[in-house]
Design a protein around this ligand. Structure first.
Ligand SMILES: NC(=O)c1ccc[n+]([C@@H]2O[C@H](COP(=O)([O-])OP(=O)(O)OC[C@H]3O[C@@H](n4cnc5c(N)ncnc54)[C@H](O)[C@@H]3O)[C@@H](O)[C@H]2O)c1
Length: 433
């Protein structure tokens, strides 16, 4: 067995010293976290199962929009990309940031997490702290991760420490950073929480300690379900406004003038990404195990799943009003990632809209500066001017800030805007959600 990691003296605010930290899973969550720890003068063993990501980091090339190559260069030896689990043995803390998707039957798929845990168990050392950051249902850290780590022969909570700390990163956001976003931690024991507090204090201004990992797991789900329910509510309002011929954006703007008791959510084509369309089902899964049927979650999920179909129908209606059927019409989708400023297409509503328009016989293409190709639809991003010239309709699905919407509105014969970015432009060819 490799030598044990020595227990550390507790640092004070004036005496916070550097640590050696392992990160497993270098995606949208893991890479920014690895960079944040390395920027704060810690040594980071950055592990991913994907050899291409590790090689890219070794070349100093980032594959995540929020991390420019220039941020990697100054890190030097402090960031050590690897695929070898043995490299984690010398770390004081290891943070797991692997995907937690759904299976085909929309149940939690913990296979990535369990694989990562099993591989870590092979090299786990006494006194190491293991933190799970992947979003999951309450009980996962205690009931699923800890037992796998105990296959090392060490006992969770005594020989090594375990905690859950939900990731709150919002890719593309710049007003809140890893440092300024408060971090929740919940350890298996008080000592586990204390170790996790100490770890995240290296990169976060505020670390909030909760009583258990389960509480921290459920807090994260509450945050995402809150968003999912409110997005569903405002999208339902958008559908009602369509029937009533009322501008939904004006209604949302008006309600937002209330300084208390209201929080603004934007209508749109539906939600996407690795979190909002998926995480509520993690809570629903756990609830069902306890004979509890969370109706808010199911209803919001149903509403949000249906929003792309409403948008497809809106495009169909707009073309019809212009005397054109969908069949044979050239329809350009502007923006296919799930949110502005990023290239992540996971669960993006644009994929559903494109597939539905194709089923109706539409000739669908897209332009997205962040997404060069969509293999699942066998499409590549087309050059914008070229696409606008020939289009029968252009649908703004994701409003990337780099696009000139005024120019788009003047160049395209028909624009259907699901993001409200052309509001304020006076033109007869514009239709809003
Ligand atoms: N993307 C977000 O905005 C966001 C925000 C908050 C929380 N989360 C949660 O964080 C977790 C990670 O999400 P993400 O968006 O970073 O995913 P991602 O797919 O971008 O990255 C995950 C990485 O883990 C790697 N990986 C998978 N299995 C592995 C294994 N066994 N060993 C080593 N590496 C492995 C993959 O190759 C990939 O690089 C998920 O649970 C997600 O719900 C994501």
């Amino acid at each position: 067995m490799l030598p044990a990691v020595a227990p550390r003296p507790r640092p004070t605010c004036l005496d916070s010293r550097a640590m050696k930290i392992g990160i497993i899973g270098l995606g949208y969550v893991g890479l920014p976290l690895a960079v944040a720890f390395a920027e704060a003068d810690n040594e980071v063993v950055a592990l991913d199962a994907d050899q291409r990501k590790v090689e890219s980091l070794e070349r100093g090339e980032s594959y995540i929009e929020d991390i420019p190559d220039a941020a990697l260069a100054p890190l030097g030896e402090r960031l050590q990309p690897t695929t070898r689990h043995a490299d984690l043995a010398s770390c004081e803390a290891v943070i797991i940031c692997v995907p937690t998707p759904l299976t085909g039957s929309r149940e939690p798929d913990l296979s990535y997490l369990l694989d990562a845990g099993a591989a870590l168990a092979q090299v786990l050392q006494p006194n190491q702290l293991v933190v799970l950051e992947s979003t999951t249902y309450p009980g996962t850290t205690r009931e699923r991760l800890a037992p796998i780590l105990e296959e090392s022969g060490l006992s969770a909570g005594t020989d090594f420490q375990v905690a859950f700390s939900p990731e709150r990163i919002d890719p593309g956001r710049t007003d809140y950073t890893v440092r300024t976003t408060p971090k929740l931690v919940g350890g298996l024991t008080e000592a586990c929480s204390q170790r996790a507090h100490e770890l995240y204090s290296l990169i976060c201004d505020e670390v909030v300690v909760l009583s258990t990992p389960d509480t921290a797991e459920l807090s994260k789900l509450l945050e995402n379900i809150f968003r999912s329910v409110n997005i569903a509510l405002v999208n339902e309002l958008a559908q009602l406004c369509d029937r009533l011929a009322i501008d939904v954006w004006e209604v949302v703007d008006a309600a937002s003038t209330k300084p208390f008791g209201f929080m603004r959510f934007e209508p749109g084509p539906g939600m996407g990404g690795h979190c909002l369309p998926i995480d509520p089902f993690y809570r629903a899964f756990k609830a069902r195990q306890h004979d509890f049927y969370p109706e808010f979650i199911e209803l919001a999920g149903k509403m949000n799943q249906a929003q792309p179909a409403f948008c497809t129908e809106r495009i169909e209606r707009a073309l019809n009003d212009a005397g054109k059927p969908v069949k044979g019409s050239k329809i350009v989708l502007l923006g296919v990632s799930y949110k502005a400023g990023v290239g992540d297409t996971r669960e993006s509503p644009a994929l559903k809209i494109a597939a539905q328009l194709r089923d109706l016989g539409g000739d669908v293409s897209y332009h997205d500066p962040h997404v060069p190709s969509l293999p699942q639809l066998e499409l590549s991003s087309v050059e914008l001017d070229e696409a606008l010239k020939d289009a029968d309709a252009v649908a703004i699905v994701t409003a990337h800030p780099s696009l000139d919407y005024e120019q788009i509105a003047s160049a395209a014969p028909l624009v259907i805007d699901f993001r409200g970015v052309t509001r304020g432009i006076e033109a007869g060819n514009l239709i809003h959600l």
